[in-house]
Design a protein. Structure first.
Length: 99
């Protein structure tokens, strides 16, 4: 019999079920880490994904657009930018190794 677990944060879900079990919004909320009064990290990440549509859409945005989202501090935006840059470098490395 399967137990339904209500996760308090996507980080617990990631640890228990693996990264494949998380939506893009849940993964982003782990990077954002915490929300603000009245707006959780999950709410902020949902807003971002709804606004930009995908990680690719997010990656193509200037950082200035992220500053307009309530709940994103400079630190959180810097984290997001760093993760996107890591992803770009991984893709570049994979492409270069396959040529």
């Amino acid at each position: 019999m399967d137990k339904k677990i209500n996760w308090q944060h996507p980080g617990g879900k990631l640890r228990e079920l693996g990264a494949d079990s998380l939506s893009n919004s849940e993964l982003l909320s782990i990077i954002i880490s915490s929300g603000i009064k009245g707006k959780s990290a999950e709410n902020i990440s949902n807003e971002i994904m709804n606004k930009f549509g995908s990680f690719k859409g997010l990656a193509n945005q200037p950082m200035d657009k992220l500053f307009k989202i309530k709940g994103l501090s400079k630190v959180k935006i810097t984290r997001i930018a760093a993760v996107l840059e890591i992803a770009r470098r991984i893709v570049k490395e994979v492409i270069e190794n396959n040529e």
